[in-house]
Design a protein around this ligand. Structure first.
Ligand code: FES
Length: 162
């Protein structure tokens, strides 16, 4: 393979660190995919081939991991990532109503980007904020879903990320 497009020197440096840590190159696949995801917010097909080439493992080994784990979903992540907790306290706090409002306003769905690429919704396990159930995150910002009474309240919050 000629020059890499996605495995830039900074990424290669990180991959080398993983390779030094583990006896088998297969063990470097997951941490390397995290590095690629961090940088590109996506695991492009070409990056899979480049990583396979660099680690000297079959591309199918990497493809298998990418398709197995949700976190490596094989498509462009939206600009804003909404994570809604679905565990018991948030369930009792009616996270489903919040989810419906968010879906309506953003056009995104669980595991699917909004058509404008601005939003991605994910249901997650407890985010350690049960006191403000239903809790949700937009990127790294934590919100108290119980304070969101109307769609207007939610619109105001979402507009901060437009
Ligand atoms: S259960 Fe939702 S934040 Fe803990």
């Amino acid at each position: 393979m000629g020059e890499y497009i996605y495995l830039t020197p900074d990424i290669l440096e990180r991959i080398d660190r993983h390779l030094n840590k583990f006896p088998f190159p297969q063990q470097a696949i997951i941490p390397s995919l995290h590095d690629i995801l961090d940088k590109y917010r996506d695991i492009p097909d070409q990056a899979v081939f480049e990583l396979a080439d660099y680690l000297k493992v079959p591309p199918s080994d990497i493809e298998g991991i990418v398709s197995f784990y949700d976190m490596f979903r094989h498509k462009k992540n939206a600009r804003n990532h909404i994570r809604i907790c679905r565990n018991l306290p948030c369930h009792l706090g009616k996270y489903q109503l919040l989810l419906e409002k968010i879906k309506n306003l953003t056009g995104a769905d669980i595991g699917k980007n909004s058509p404008d690429g601005k939003w991605y919704i994910e249901l997650v396990e407890c985010i350690g904020s049960c006191a403000i159930a239903p809790a949700f995150l937009i990127n790294d910002d934590l919100y108290d879903g119980s304070k969101i009474v109307s769609e207007e309240d939610l619109k105001k919050i979402l507009s901060r990320y437009e």
